[in-house]
Design a protein around this ligand. Structure first.
Ligand SMILES: O=P(O)(O)O[C@H]1O[C@H](CO)[C@@H](O)[C@H]1O
Ligand SMILES: O=c1cc[nH]c(=O)[nH]1
Length: 236
């Protein structure tokens, strides 16, 4: 019988593929598994952070929630990489758009992830680190989007430690630096991947616009961001 490893957060009851899609919302993970995968096995339910492995276009691929924020993403991505041998980590998240030319449901590929977090301090680097996506995953995702006819915006995103920010000027300052949208996990994912020498990419769907005051519902954030999901699934 195959023995599956366990950590305090992932009690693997089944295989985990080398490529894992990572939505913040574990119910978005369940939706992706049910909608797109065949031969699905649920490998994790610890803390209701559902993880599934199934087949897409003949290839095994996993999908697992990460929760919200960089500490949570830090834990799950670290364990997936260092305990379970995952090589390609693809976040499929929602974000608040900052630029005028972005609209609800637009898809963003996060080439870089600026951040207001201290996550990088653990590495004691003698300078400032620029968290970047894996170029190979980025290139593949852009090609998959082009083939599907889904327009994508490629650029710098912000991984923020705050969803509700007491500084009302903060979002405008990031907008003026060209940041496309705000989310809460990609920088930690990119740093964990860089430190371990594996591949990471953050794909986002615009769930709301910070300045146009438009937003999608919780249910839409769980089940309707299918262009992003289909692009990510091509990366196995
Ligand atoms: O929809 P997910 O993937 O959770 O991503 C975004 O949504 C959450 C905040 O509502 C944060 O996790 C943020 O990064
Ligand atoms: O972090 C996030 C995610 C979605 N929308 C936001 O405004 N912020």
């Amino acid at each position: 019988m195959t023995e599956f490893k366990q950590t305090p957060h992932i009690n693997a009851k089944g295989e985990i593929a080398e490529t894992v899609l990572l939505p913040g919302d574990p119910l978005r993970a369940k939706f992706i598994a049910e909608r797109f995968l065949t031969d699905v096995v649920q490998f994790n339910s610890v803390r209701n952070m559902f993880g599934f492995t199934g087949t897409y276009n003949g290839k095994r691929i996993s999908v697992m929630g990460t929760g919200m924020g960089m500490p949570s993403m830090g834990i799950y991505s670290y364990e997936l990489i260092h305990v379970f041998g995952v090589k390609n980590l693809i976040r499929v998240g929602s974000c608040g758009a900052l630029q005028d030319d972005l609209n609800l449901y637009d898809v963003i590929l996060g080439m870089g992830a600026s951040t207001n977090s201290n996550y990088v301090n653990q590495y004691h680097l003698p300078g400032t680190f620029a968290p970047l996506a894996s170029y190979s995953l980025l290139e593949k995702a852009k090609k998959a989007a082009d083939e599907k006819g889904v327009p994508v915006h490629v650029g710098n995103i912000l991984s923020s430690d705050t969803f509700y920010n007491a500084d009302e000027d903060a979002a405008g300052k990031w907008r003026d630096m060209g940041i496309l949208g705000i989310e809460m996990e990609a920088a930690a994912l990119y740093m964990n991947a860089a430190q371990a020498g594996v591949n990471a990419l953050c794909i986002l769907t615009v769930s709301d616009h910070i300045f146009k005051e438009e937003e999608t519902t919780a249910e839409e954030r769980e089940t309707s961001f299918t262009n992003m999901m289909e692009i990510a699934l091509e990366l196995a």
